[in-house]
Design a protein around this ligand. Structure first.
Ligand code: NI
Length: 172
């Protein structure tokens, strides 16, 4: 396992804006990528990460929604698809490892049903609500090249990108 650099909007948008490609096979090479993603996410620290955020535009997501003090509960999603979304919406203050230190409210369907392949390549069907629903929709946006700031006004989005660029510049 290895911690990989996470791309931010300060690195430019050419990779982050790509549409990720479907995975053809869940094999050891893919599991090695998922292991790296999980380690990278824990190190950041964050609760979700899409492969494109470490420069691998394939349809893979890792997530762990365990609270501090709870046992780690890693989840792996390969080729996830949303099959149903509630009309009821839910607003949550989101953040993103690719847009560090920026948080803003995004409104999304409160509940979704989804299918995906897990770490073993088995097909799973699930219903998600609460933070899980927020996080899976946020991460699945990454697979389409969409960032949470793309759901905000143009003014807020531009300001967020400028702030991250300054943050990166100041840290250098
Ligand atoms: Ni994100």
């Amino acid at each position: 396992m290895a911690i990989r650099p996470i791309l931010t909007v300060a690195d430019g948008l050419s990779v982050l804006k790509q549409k990720s490609k479907p995975v053809e096979q869940v094999d050891d090479a893919l599991r090695a990528l998922m292991d790296d993603m999980l380690e990278t996410m824990y190190d950041a620290p964050g609760i979700g990460l899409a492969a494109v955020q470490i420069g691998e535009p394939v349809r893979v997501i890792v997530m762990d929604l365990a609270k501090e003090g709870e046992e780690p509960a890693p989840r792996y999603f390969v080729n996830p698809e949303i099959t149903w979304a509630s009309e009821e919406l839910f607003s949550y203050e989101e953040g993103c490892l690719s847009v560090p230190e920026i948080y803003d409210a995004v409104e999304r369907p409160a509940k979704v049903k989804l299918t995906y392949l897990n770490y073993q390549g088995e097909k799973v069907e699930e219903e998600a609500e609460g933070l899980y629903a927020v996080c899976i929709q946020h991460e699945m946006d990454h697979l389409e090249g969409v960032l949470f700031i793309d759901h905000l006004s143009r003014l807020k989005r531009d300001r967020a990108v400028q702030k991250v660029k300054k943050l990166v510049r100041d840290a250098a």
